[in-house]
Design a protein around this ligand. Structure first.
Ligand code: ADP
Ligand code: MG
Length: 365
């Protein structure tokens, strides 16, 4: 079961003798890269030409909702089923044919090993078959570089808060290639905190978007502890435990507590997660004296986080940057953007490149 949830671009495919032929009529000197992303549960492909994203196709795997989290083995199998269709669709939408490609790029990590292997093998086989250079891309760097897809673009140096289902980082971005992680989560990621809190409330996976929606009609009347971690590191595992005991105790008094107060509970959880993120970001901005601030990753879609950070931007004279929604959660558009900068720098990868788990992303608890 897949659902194509994004698909920028337009196509004029013409099926001749069984082979898809795509009209283009564009300058032969332009540089086009096909990029593939399969690090977790979204199969995605994008085409970038001369730094402009022409297509970004994402097939979400809805099947994991039935299990309350991502099942790695199922994810790899779904990638395998989806990848040909998704790549073909990205080329069609971009109106680019295989002979116009100058390189093939793919996420090599961090991510789920089986999921990464599917995209990586597909991309390497394409590069080999077409005689093109291969570019391996780091998923976390790509999240940061998603800010360079559309206007307005941040100026260097900037601080990026990368908040996804598997990672939470504050990155000092000095250039397209020079980045330093100055803070990160010591346990759960911000998206994971949303998803696991949702699970405690009986919400479907992934709970982040749902908590966001429910929180809009609630008030943050319940308080949960803000962890006191030194520096710019984060911790979210204590929050999950605090919520679990809070719900358990409240249910002893009122078995329907969750049903009767769901909006306020969601608003309180969201408010706490947002506050943890906002305070660390403010501290980093003050210490590094940087007011160019980017937010990327799936949790950047959260309306409470956006609102709070916009308020902070006004108070602290920040310029704040959010990628378009389709470039927040996992997508090949951001991989294509990162690959474009690597291509310009002549940074190509060996076909021996192996997938890496490093900074492992979440899967079903
Ligand atoms: P990963 O790279 O780890 O797969 P993504 O960048 O794709 O993560 O983001 C997915 C995560 O973002 C999930 O944990 C999901 O719950 C969270 N998320 C998506 N939209 C929202 C939202 N509106 N509010 C809070 N969390 C969200
Ligand atoms: Mg991601």
């Amino acid at each position: 079961m897949i659902r194509i949830i994004q698909g920028l671009g337009s196509a004029r495919p013409d099926n001749r003798g069984g082979n898809m032929v795509y009209f283009c009529g564009m300058s032969p000197s332009r540089k086009c890269i096909l990029a593939i992303e399969s690090s977790c549960d979204d199969t995605s492909a994008a085409v970038i030409c001369d730094g402009v994203i022409l297509s970004n196709v994402i097939a979400a795997q809805l099947i994991h909702a039935d299990y309350g989290g991502i099942v790695p083995e199922v994810a790899s199998r779904m990638h395998q089923e989806n990848i040909t269709l998704v790549v073909d669709s990205a080329l069609q939408k971009a109106n680019v044919n295989l002979s116009e490609l100058d390189a093939v790029a793919c996420t090599a990590g961090p991510g789920l090993l089986g999921s990464l292997t599917v995209g990586l093998n597909f991309a390497k086989a394409m590069a080999l078959g077409l005689g093109l250079p291969f570019i391996s891309v780091n998923h976390m760097r790509a999240h940061v570089l998603s800010h360079f897809i559309d206007e307005p673009k941040p100026e260097f140096p900037f601080l990026n808060l990368t908040v996804s289902g598997g990672h939470t980082q504050i990155v000092l971005v000095k250039s397209y290639s020079e980045m330093e992680v100055i803070g990160q989560t010591r346990d759960d990621a911000a998206g994971e905190a949303f998803d696991k809190s949702g699970k405690i409330l009986g919400l479907k996976y992934p709970a982040g978007p749902l908590i966001d929606k429910l929180a809009r009609e609630g008030n943050p009347v319940y308080t949960f502890p803000i962890p006191q971690i030194a520096g710019y590191d984060f911790s979210f595992s204590g929050l999950k435990t605090a919520i679990m005991y809070f719900i358990r105790d409240q249910k002893k008094v009122d078995p329907l507590f969750v049903d009767n107060h769901l909006h306020d509970i969601c608003a309180s959880i969201q408010n706490t997660i947002v506050e943890i993120l906002a305070r660390k970001l403010l501290a980093a901005s003050q210490a590094y004296n940087i007011r160019e601030i980017g937010i990327a990753g799936g949790v950047a879609a959260n309306s409470g986080l956006r609102k709070r950070l916009k308020e902070m931007a006004n108070e602290n004279d920040w310029k704040i940057y959010f990628p378009a929604m389709q470039y927040c959660t996992d997508n090949a558009g951001m991989i294509a953007m990162a690959a474009y900068f690597q291509y310009k720098d002549g940074e190509f990868s060996s076909l021996d490149t192996a997938p890496y788990v490093g900074g492992c992303k979440r899967h079903r608890a």
